[in-house]
Design a protein around this ligand. Structure first.
Ligand SMILES: [Zn+2]
Ligand SMILES: [Zn+2]
Length: 280
């Protein structure tokens, strides 16, 4: 008996009718060719079509992206609060100064406020304006209102440089880009997911383990976190749970610190007690 089927009657890819099907999608049941066939990490043994592979219930990175899409991050709240603070500071300091100084103070403190408010509200132009503000504010102020002293110019520069560095950091922050609904690459998304969701207890175990070398109180925490995190590791899960190396390193460091500090304590006790005995 032959199992050969005429090629014209073979199943075809739902997207590419010219291609023979290589399998069926586990979610929608559609035929997929080798080009369309997707295998998802943590969902071994199941294949998906391209459309289903992009869905949040299948693709954990997509679910992760949607969770933060358009939602304010720490930076948005920080910029919002700083703007509020500048507004208050500008008004208060301007009230008890004479006219020219008051104007200067108002100008310096209030120039960044509209940008900060727009940033908090998620206006896309404000992302770029935030980087320009620390540079533009002192320049515009120097041109429009002659600074009264060198100290004033120095103060502006001192404030502008860290503000510029922070603004550049915010501009390139992936989580902040999700707030502004900007497309991010799968690699960037994976890196953010890795930091936020991939077995964070293992990271804590490692930092407790490192701290435990100097401060023994952290050593039991490192052992506890390391053991729990190590048990959680499962590369086959959906989404996969990794960081086994960090969990193990934290566990080993914790145990080593406990042994080390235990030894130190015991030898100290031994010396103390033998000292007491000799004294008697
Ligand atoms: Zn499908
Ligand atoms: Zn196809």
């Amino acid at each position: 008996m032959s199992l050969e089927v005429p090629s014209s009657s073979l199943a075809r890819c739902a997207v590419h009718p010219e291609m023979p099907a290589a399998g069926t999608c586990s979610r929608c049941g559609g035929f997929v060719c080798t080009d369309c066939l997707k295998v998802m990490p943590g969902l071994a043994g199941r294949v998906f079509c391209s459309a289903c592979a992009a869905r949040p219930e299948v693709n954990y990175l997509e679910a992760f992206r949607l969770e933060f899409w358009g939602r304010r991050d720490r930076w948005a709240w920080t910029v919002g609060l700083v703007s509020l603070g500048l507004l208050a500071l500008g008004l208060v300091s301007a009230l008890d100064q004479r006219a020219p100084t008051a104007l200067r103070l108002l100008f310096t403190f209030l120039t960044p406020v509209p940008v900060g408010v727009a940033f908090f509200l998620g206006r896309s132009w404000a992302r770029h304006a935030l980087v320009a503000t620390p540079v533009a504010t002192p320049v515009v102020m120097a041109v429009l209102l002659e600074p009264s002293s060198r100290e004033e110019v120095a103060l502006m520069m001192v404030c502008a440089v860290p503000a510029l560095i922070i603004a550049v950091v915010i501009h390139s922050d992936v989580r902040n880009q999700l707030f502004f609904r900007r497309p991010v690459t799968p690699g960037q998304l994976k890196a953010l997911w890795n930091v936020r969701r991939n077995n964070p207890l293992a990271r804590h175990a490692l930092s407790f383990g490192l701290s435990g070398v100097l401060l023994p109180v952290f050593a039991p925490l490192a052992v506890l976190c390391g053991a729990v995190a190590l048990r959680r590791v499962d590369p086959e899960a959906h989404p996969p749970i990794g960081r086994g190396g960090q969990a193990l390193a934290g566990l080993i460091l914790g145990i080593a610190s406990l042994l080390l500090w235990g030894f130190v304590l015991l030898s100290f006790l031994y010396r103390f007690l033998s000292g007491v005995v000799i004294h008697k």
